[in-house]
Design a protein around this ligand. Structure first.
Ligand code: TXA
Ligand code: MG
Length: 466
């Protein structure tokens, strides 16, 4: 069994994939202010097996465990598709329990799953994604009770006098689970630091997608799962997107189309029907009697729904709800890790065309601009850039009638589509203006789409095509 020895504080943070591979292969992982040495000794059942998270057994990794399994990719494809049949998910559940990786659909995006309480399995996810250890993972559970144990909040299960933090967590989980809300809260001491990027807070979500639920059930353990893309790339909403990014990794990919009649039109069915990642909300106490819910990422659950839920639970006087979208810093580990401006990037340079340009009815595209369009892909929303259709190399509208649900379900597929157009040298989207304060349910997905496009374009808004 592997031993993770907590060593002294190391201040530098980890950001390069090259370092990841080296770090894990030589048995040394580092994240945040902490470093972990991975050794082949028998002392590391510590808290995890004896704890209330028991039943979640940690696999016995052999002496060549993480190091060889996580060695860098060979030229041969390692990933494989599996079906979503009961038998197949049962085998995938056993694979997860044994510390290996399975990618599965959720209602938001595809996740790259591993046994959340097994640090070696978690390290494999970071390595497969080439993700910095400073960016924590979401733990997926079927039942809120499991999340309460992962948070430091399980005493409420048998105890009627709930504290304020527990009340807020219960209210949010009751209102939005299963569904696209991730709740971050103080972690139980039993949680491996690697999932939390050493923040002491763990994120949990109960997905509603039936395949995700069946897989979690079959594994019998909580599943840590980031989106199943290479770090910084566009999130996947189809099995083939996952294969495109992770073909060289030792991953099983659940494909609901697998073994179905390929002549049928299944490939056009939406698997991840929300299409953008969950809303992330952090719950914390800021004093003994005052709490705060901070929205860290926009998704389908809106600010006003969260505020309303706390109101209904009679917690609005004690909990403020604020937004803290991080769109600028490259290293924001303790605030909104992973929420950097450059995210979801297609491999082709992308720009947002300013509202002031496309909304101007007298606008004429210049000759130079028309030249740029011959090597440009346009991803439109509600026909805002329809005057570019026919001039651009390729054109696609996320939703011609401006339906945010449809746009969200299409946005990641469209970004991946754009980078596969032959000759594409640039991608243009319209700048989408949305009121960001007190966003209601209807606008939540539009804000999420705007957020993803803004990140895809690294925040660059242009008035003149370039
Ligand atoms: O919809 C989703 O949330 C998908 C599906 C697979 O569930 N998962 C997903 O995971 O988007 P990922 O890792 O790509 O994004 C998780 C986000 C990151 O921005 C991460 O920084 C944040 O959640 N997060 C996770 N744990 C956190 C923590 N302890 N504190 C603050 N933010 C956290
Ligand atoms: Mg992601």
């Amino acid at each position: 069994m592997l031993l993770l020895v907590l060593t002294s504080t190391i201040t530098s943070t980890l950001t390069t994939s090259a370092f990841h591979s080296r770090a894990i292969a030589t048995g040394f992982a580092r994240f945040g202010n902490t470093s972990f040495r991975i050794q082949n000794q028998n002392a590391f059942s510590i808290n995890y097996q004896s704890a209330s998270l028991s039943g979640m057994t940690i696999p016995q990794h052999g002496s060549d465990g993480s190091a060889s399994a996580s060695a860098s990719a060979t030229s041969a494809q390692k990933a494989k598709y599996i079906s979503a049949s009961k038998q197949s998910l049962k085998e995938a559940g056993a694979r997860l329990r044994s510390g290996h990786l399975v990618s599965f659909p959720t209602e938001t995006v595809y996740g790259l799953g591993c046994h959340a309480i097994d640090p070696v399995a978690v390290a494999r996810v970071f390595e497969a994604k080439e993700r910095p250890f400073t960016d924590p993972l979401i733990v997926h559970v079927n039942e809120a009770e499991t999340a309460l144990k992962l948070w430091n909040a399980s005493s409420i299960v048998n105890n009627k006098t709930l504290n304020l933090e527990q009340k807020a967590l219960m209210a949010l989980a009751d209102a939005f689970w299963p569904g696209p809300l991730t709740i971050v809260a103080r972690a139980s001491p039993e949680i491996p630091s690697i999932i939390m990027a050493d923040t002491g807070f763990v994120a949990c979500r109960s997905p509603s997608h039936p395949i995700a639920r069946a897989l979690i059930g079959a594994s019998g353990v909580p599943i840590a799962a980031p989106s199943a893309n290479k770090f910084g790339h566009v999130s996947p909403t189809r099995a083939i997107h996952v294969m495109d990014d992770l073909a060289m990794e030792d991953v099983w990919i659940v494909d609901p189309d697998f073994e179905k009649d390929l002549n049928r039109d299944y490939k056009h069915e939406v698997v991840c029907d929300v299409g953008v990642e969950s809303t992330v909300a952090k719950v914390e106490m800021i004093s003994e009697n005052m709490g705060r819910v901070t929205i860290l990422r926009h998704g389908a659950v809106s600010f006003s729904e969260i505020a309303n839920c706390l109101d209904v639970a009679e917690l609005s006087a004690t909990f403020e709800v604020i937004e803290k979208m991080q769109a600028t810093g490259e290293n924001v580990s303790n605030v909104a890790p992973g929420q950097t401006i450059r995210h979801y990037s297609p491999n082709v340079q992308s720009f947002m065309i300013s509202n002031s340009r496309y909304a101007d009815e007298s606008n004429i595209w210049t000759e130079d601009e028309v030249k740029y369009l011959t090597s440009a892909v346009v991803i439109d929303f509600a026909g805002r850039l329809s005057s570019l259709e026919g001039k651009a190399l390729a054109y696609r509208d996320l939703s011609t009638n401006g339906n945010p649900n449809i746009a969200a379900a299409n946005v990641f597929d469209a970004l991946r589509w754009s980078e596969n157009i032959d000759g594409a040298q640039r991608v243009y989207f319209p700048e989408i203006l949305v009121e960001e304060e007190n966003v209601c349910k209807e606008e939540a997905l539009l804000l999420a789409v705007k957020d993803r496009l803004t990140r895809a374009a690294s925040g660059i808004v242009i008035k003149f095509l370039q």
